[in-house]
Ligand binder design. Structure first.
Ligand code: COA
Length: 138
């Protein structure tokens, strides 16, 4: 059974293996844990049989006006059973009182986010992959 949590209590860096699937470089386990702890809001999906995190979504926010959702991921072996949608549904509910809630996605993900009530927008960005770890030091 999948349980949803919004706190990192009892969750260490070792519970965050397997994420950033397919990224050539990614945050270390400790960096992932710090990302989750440091986010204004988070929702974790935990498999209660293993105690492992199988999906999560984060939001950064000024808690008054706006929020952004930088990360949503479900482990590959747990995808396509509604966990990603439930994570987003719970996160949007937490952010309901804010004027703006933004995220960046690839075009093929637009229908998924539209089905959650979101609208397309043009985005701009800077990405610095050099700040992430090489695979061997993860
Ligand atoms: C996106 C993601 C979180 C969805 O998690 P999930 O638990 O599989 O999501 P759900 O089962 O709730 O919903 C699946 C829906 O997501 C959409 N979706 C997922 N991956 C998709 C893809 N590669 N292309 C298009 N739509 C996709 C589809 O609408 C799908 O519905 P369907 O199964 O009826 O076709 C998961 O695929 C993932 O972790 N992907 C890698 C990271 C990523 O892309 N994150 C989003 C960044 S914007």
């Amino acid at each position: 059974l999948i349980q949803y949590h919004d706190s990192m209590a009892g969750m260490g860096p070792e519970t965050l293996e397997g994420f950033f699937d397919g990224w050539p470089r990614s945050p270390t386990l400790v960096a992932r844990w710090r990302i989750l702890c440091g986010s204004a809001e988070r929702v974790l999906a935990v498999d209660d049989e293993t105690g492992r995190v199988v999906g999560f979504v984060t939001a950064i926010s000024d808690r008054m006006f706006c929020a952004s959702i930088p990360l949503l991921e479900v482990l590959p072996q747990y995808r396509r059973r509604g966990i990603g949608r439930e994570l987003m549904r719970r996160m949007l509910e937490k952010l309901r009182g804010l004027y703006m809630v933004d995220l960046v996605c690839d075009p093929q993900m637009q229908p998924f986010y539209e089905s959650l009530g979101m609208k397309p927008l043009v985005a701009m960005t800077i990405r610095n992959p050099d700040v992430l770890s090489e695979p061997e030091v993860r």
